[in-house]
Design a protein around this ligand. Structure first.
Ligand code: CA
Length: 334
């Protein structure tokens, strides 16, 4: 990461007590707006000493559960309810979120492949740089709320990364389970351009989610999102626990490498033989690639290469070679 300062400005004062809801100003001089800036919503609710936790959503713009849950939290959470500091960035990749797409409508940037970012880079790189170099160093944890977006559908899950082959840090695992999603899974650290990798560089805890997807939200997935946010606030000691609330026990799982993923070997129409939540075996035929435009062509079977449970699937029938059709998770003993 460059040592140069961010170009984003804001009237937010991170040291000030109370509730602030404002915009980050990202300078963007375009054909339709010379000297203009893009306003990215940001909020802080602070009350006295205590931990700082960063909540973000809209890292991918077509993942709506977190965006809705954080917007509601910004309206309802008051300083008197808080001990410490809650920073909220509900539409992190704002141009993507406004367009309702995964990536930015301005530079096609995928924010979660843009860390550590660049203060002099594209709009998306500037946002990534701000999150990693300004927001994360203030926090002890980041909750980055994702979903399957338009092209994937998940069993509502929370996730964390851990060292390959190593045991998870107990505090990190406790936070993951505290989210209370139906599935809580661990993945190995890999990709260094994600918010999770950024958090690791900054020495803070990172909890992610995959709450549903298909470009839709449901009452069920929104409930998981909102209860998860409340659970995180309680877990980190930012708010008093609501008495009598029953917290879900997550199914603890692991998502490994390439063999956990099913990708389309060719272009075609995928006919699935499985559903979300099914337990499957290595070698089991997952479905057939059909070639509807060539009626006499034999369909091609596609097989799973790992035992596991399908926690994610692509809802769209038409696929290109390389599209992710599904991924598996395996149970972890607790
Ligand atoms: Ca995502």
């Amino acid at each position: 990461m460059t040592a140069q300062p961010t170009r984003l400005q804001s009237d937010i004062d991170f040291n000030r007590e109370g509730k602030q809801v404002t915009y980050l100003r990202l300078p963007y001089s375009s054909n339709v707006s010379a000297y203009g800036w893009i306003g990215i919503p940001i909020a802080q609710i602070k009350n006295g000493p205590g931990p700082t936790v960063l909540f973000m959503a809209g890292n991918h713009g077509d993942e709506f559960e977190g965006q809705i849950a954080l917007a509601k939290l910004i309206r309802r959470l008051e300083p008197k309810d808080v001990k410490g500091r809650v920073i909220l960035l509900p539409m992190a990749n704002f141009p993507a979120a406004m367009a309702g797409y995964r990536t930015s409508s301005i530079d096609a940037g995928n924010l979660n492949r843009s860390f550590p970012g660049d203060p002099n880079g594209s709009v998306t790189q500037m946002i990534a740089h701000y999150i990693e170099s300004v927001l994360m160093p203030m926090a002890m944890a980041v909750i980055d709320m994702h979903s399957g977006g338009r092209t994937l559908h998940y069993i509502p899950s929370a996730l964390m990364a851990k060292d390959a082959g190593g045991e998870p840090d107990p505090k990190h695992l406790a936070a993951l389970l505290a989210f209370g999603a139906p599935v809580a899974y661990m993945v190995n650290f890999g990709e260094n351009r994600t918010s999770s990798a950024a958090a690791r560089r900054q020495g803070i805890m990172s909890i992610g989610t995959e709450l549903g997807g298909t470009g839709q939200v449901s009452p069920e997935t929104l409930k998981v999102a909102e209860q998860g946010v409340q659970n995180m606030l309680e877990h980190f000691g930012l708010v008093q626990p609501v008495a009598g609330r029953v917290k879900r026990q997550s199914r603890l799982m692991y998502v490994g490498g390439f063999e956990y993923y099913l990708h389309a070997p060719t272009r075609g129409w995928f006919e699935p033989f499985f559903d979300l939540g099914d337990a499957v075996k290595s070698g089991q035929v997952a479905g057939m690639m059909q070639f509807l435009d060539e009626p006499l062509r034999d369909p091609v079977p596609v097989a799973f290469s790992q035992d596991g449970v399908v926690i994610c699937r692509r809802p769209h029938v038409q696929v290109e070679r390389g599209d992710c059709i599904a991924h598996l998770a395996t149970d972890v003993k607790r």
